[in-house]
Design a protein around this ligand. Structure first.
Ligand SMILES: [Ca+2]
Ligand SMILES: [Ca+2]
Length: 451
């Protein structure tokens, strides 16, 4: 009973490794015969045992031999191939014949299987070879062992599979290069790899169950648990890594207003508003409101997302109007500082721009019949302190009167012509010209004198 149990365990082990080709007589297990697999690297040729038949004392025909058959990769006999038989104190060998066969006898040696495996083993020379061990004449019975080897290329390690997939950015969907992949069991890294520029990775692992971890600087680590990989199986494990963001719940400081000064006045309808910068770990933008309503219910300017600490309106504010303005800062996580204190600014009327002017004479028709009650008003403007000449010429270009010939400062002035010439006589009816010269600039108006 004990022997049966042991044999079953051995048989199960052998079958799991050699399922693909080995025909193994189960009675061999009953007498402790076992297989010692060749020690051979994957991809290398070796002698692979494909058949082991037992002939008991009723089937053996009275013989007590090991019968060897040696085949090549295609199953054809290999002639003159040396085969071996070993025992604890020595070994012998023989070449195969044209049928790829030979045989070597075994002897009694007082072996009974109840004590364990028999003394003889068998293998093929020239290459690594599977070895059949534990043979002999059980309790001196005449039995045979019929063994067949086939030259075979060692396959990849049994029991391996692949974990592969792609690592992507969860936000953009773009592939992540050089992400670290760790394949763990019970917290211990068993295998590792890195993703390529296309985000792909591939890891060859022993069949089993793993946790697979993807990590990359700037991203949150991601773990896929309990990934089971079977022999020769490729399991796809994709990752979608979330970029790291430090959660910011603290509002930025409230900005301080700089200019225009509170309560100031300007004739510029597009004044530049300026405030102090503030900083925040998640970054800052600014919002500006300008409103003629102190409650900011109808802002004429309402801009946000400003990265500069100043803003110049693109459309003019209304003149002769008070405006209120305020600023707030908003950080990268949309936390608002709250509005600053407000300031007010007055947009004044445009200041009169004084340029050289000669207004039309009033009246511009002078009646000599009423001249004693009616002078001509000559109004003019001087833009800056300068020499001023105001004269009357007749149509022939002759000077009639000099009304002003002096330096005047900036401003508007009134002068009068009483219709008289240089000799203080009334002029004749006709066309006369008012000649204003300030610096190098001349203005001329016309007066008609009638009677
Ligand atoms: Ca903040
Ligand atoms: Ca408004």
């Amino acid at each position: 009973m004990f022997r049966k149990l042991i044999s079953t365990v051995i048989a199960t082990t052998l079958v799991s490794v050699y399922t693909y080709s080995l025909e193994w007589d189960p009675r061999l297990n009953d007498i402790y015969v076992y297989l010692e697999p060749a020690n051979v690297a994957p991809g290398q040729p070796y002698w692979c045992l494909i058949k082991a038949i037992y002939q008991d004392e009723h089937e053996s025909g009275g013989n007590h031999n090991i019968y060897y058959t040696v085949l090549d990769e295609n199953g054809n006999p290999v002639a003159n191939q040396e085969v071996f038989q070993g025992w604890p104190s020595g070994q012998t060998s023989r070449p195969t014949n044209e049928q790829g066969q030979t045989d070597i006898p075994v002897w009694g040696n007082n072996w009974c299987p109840v004590t364990g495996p028999g003394p003889y083993s068998a293998w093929v020379g020239g290459l690594p070879s599977d070895k059949v061990c534990g043979m002999g004449m059980p309790c001196n019975l005449h039995v045979n062992y019929l063994l067949t080897w086939k030259r075979t290329i060692k396959s990849a390690p049994s029991g391996s599979g692949t974990i592969s997939g792609t690592v992507r950015d969860a936000t953009t969907g773009g592939s992540i290069n050089n992400a670290a992949i760790e394949v763990k069991q019970a917290g211990t890294v068993k295998y590792s790899a890195y993703s390529g520029s296309d985000g792909r990775y591939s890891v060859t692992v022993a069949a089993g169950t793993y946790d697979v971890v993807a990590s990359k600087s700037g991203y949150n680590m991601e773990t896929k648990y309990n990934i089971t990989v079977n022999e020769n199986q490729t399991v796809t494990v994709d990752f979608s890594l979330t970029p790291q963001t430090t959660q910011d719940t603290t509002p930025p400081p409230v900005p301080a207003l700089i200019s225009p000064a509170d309560g100031s006045s300007t004739a510029n309808p597009t004044p530049t508003f300026t405030w102090g910068s503030v900083s925040d770990p998640s970054g800052v933008t600014y919002s500006l409101q300008v409103d003629n309503d102190i409650s900011f219910n109808s802002p004429e300017i309402n801009v946000s997302g400003l990265t500069n600490t100043s803003y110049t309106p693109t459309t003019p504010l209304t003149a002769n109007t008070w405006y209120y303005w305020r600023v707030e800062a908003v950080d990268g996580q949309n936390n608002h500082s709250g509005w600053s204190i407000k300031r007010k600014i007055f947009i004044s009327l445009p200041s009169p721009t004084t340029s050289l002017k000669l207004y039309p004479p009033s009246p511009n028709v002078l009646d000599l019949n009423t001249i004693h009650t009616n002078k001509v008003l000559l109004k003019y403007a001087v833009p800056a302190t300068d020499e001023v000449e105001l004269k009357i010429y007749n149509i022939a270009g002759e000077l009639v009167a000099t009304l002003i010939n002096s330096v005047k400062s900036k401003g508007e002035y009134n002068a009068y012509w009483d219709g008289k010439n240089l000799m203080h006589e009334y002029v004749s009816p006709g066309v006369y010209f008012v000649y204003l010269k300030v610096g190098d600039t001349v203005k001329i108006e016309k007066i008609v004198v009638i009677k």
